[in-house]
Design a protein around this ligand. Structure first.
Ligand SMILES: CC(C)(COP(=O)(O)OP(=O)(O)OC[C@H]1O[C@@H](n2cnc3c(N)ncnc32)[C@H](O)[C@@H]1OP(=O)(O)O)[C@@H](O)C(=O)NCCC(=O)NCCS
Length: 187
């Protein structure tokens, strides 16, 4: 029996400049700064948002909003950063849910849709996620999406002013194909 019998009602789409006002307003909830304190704030002013859209418009990056199917509200963001082609076909994931929308499985479900897009449409072979060891909600997301743990990278990223260890996870196309055929195996 799956832990969560219902599928969250979400879809993914590409962010645009027209989303600026809604996106920036959604970051105005009182606990936003606290929520993002260890991982860095998302773009939180019009200039930073514009820069984000410019970045995901290049070949090296893809961005996705996770949105609610009924209300079309933006719930979260998933980015494929530094896409490397050639013999690598790989990318580094970045993601966050807006703090008012945690705890519903939206990000997990969104990541499954992004994985499908990455492996089938974008023809990538590997999605990497690097997570600080104390970020339990993020560790739970990659576990639910069947990522493999590949080891600890010491002082891997400089986050909020400090070099921090990260746990490295990856989902490769072969594992995704196997789990897609057997989704019950993913919690
Ligand atoms: C990491 C982060 C995205 C996780 O958010 P989240 O809301 O816990 O993740 P999901 O949307 O997948 O929701 C999972 C929760 O919904 C619950 N849930 C409800 N229905 C569900 C469903 N159908 N499927 C999966 N989970 C479901 C899960 O039990 C879980 O709740 P729990 O933590 O109480 O067990 C969020 O904490 C975040 O944005 N943090 C700040 C940025 C960050 O750390 N990013 C990652 C950097 S590596």
């Amino acid at each position: 029996m799956p832990k969560h019998p219902t599928t969250p009602p979400i879809y993914i789409r590409t962010p645009t400049l027209d989303d600026s006002a809604e996106f920036l307003a959604s970051l105005k909830s009182p606990n936003t700064r606290q929520f993002f304190r260890n991982v860095g704030m998302p773009p939180s002013n019009p200039a930073a948002y514009k820069k984000y859209i410019a970045r995901i418009s290049t070949d090296r990056h893809e961005g996705f909003f996770v949105c609610h199917k009924k209300t079309h509200q933006i719930l979260g963001v998933i980015n494929l950063n530094e896409i490397v082609r050639g013999v690598f076909q790989s990318t580094f994931l970045g993601y966050y849910i807006l703090p008012q929308h945690t705890g519903h499985g939206y990000l997990t479900q969104g990541l499954r849709l992004v994985a499908r897009r990455a492996f089938s449409q974008l023809k990538l072979h590997r999605l990497e996620a690097n997570i600080m060891p104390d970020n339990k909600p993020s560790l739970a997301v990659v576990k639910r999406c069947a990522f493999h743990y590949e080891g600890l990278a010491r002082r891997y990223l400089k986050m909020v002013g400090r070099w921090r260890d990260h746990k490295r996870f990856a989902l490769i196309r072969e594992d995704w194909l196997q789990h897609r055929c057997n989704p019950g195996k993913i919690a």
